[in-house]
Ligand binder design. Structure first.
Ligand SMILES: [Zn+2]
Length: 145
């Protein structure tokens, strides 16, 4: 959806000017993200008799892009996100995004020599805490029920 400047500012301030996911302070460049991801798809265009509409030059069936879940493309579903969270989240559902972040420790332990050495020297301590998004505790002073 197209946002007005005022709507963008409302979204930016939704969590005190911080990213809804990691909680970092948002700078000049931030993204308005769909909390529930919108899904785009493509389909063939059909006429009233359900026949495919052909391109007048190529005679190939015409395609159109559409939103699978247009109800998610609304102001209430928009949250502020830093660029890295938004790019990482991409079109993942929230729980898949959470699982992706939680899985970073596994891949770092498997793939990163620097990480493993830093951990061996006590520079890194894994906490095994669950991934909490900033917006989930915002306004509760970090206290959840
Ligand atoms: Zn973030």
């Amino acid at each position: 959806m197209k946002l007005t400047k005022l709507q963008r500012e409302e979204i930016r301030m939704k969590y005190g000017g911080r990213c809804a996911y990691c909680g970092c302070q948002l700078g000049q460049r931030w993204h308005a993200d769909h909390l529930i991801p919108i899904r785009r798809s493509e389909r063939f265009v059909r006429d009233e008799s359900k026949a495919y509409v052909l391109d007048k030059y190529t005679y190939k069936p015409l395609r159109e892009k559409y939103l699978v879940n247009p109800e998610a493309d609304c102001f209430e579903n928009m949250v502020p996100a830093c660029a890295s969270c938004n790019i990482l989240k991409n079109s993942l559902p929230l729980e898949s995004f959470r699982a992706t972040i939680a899985g970073f420790i596994t891949s770092l332990n498997r793939d990163s020599t620097q990480y493993k050495i830093a951990k061996r020297y006590g520079l890194i301590q894994e906490t095994k805490i669950e991934v909490k998004f900033y917006y989930e505790t915002y306004g509760n002073n970090g206290i959840t029920d």
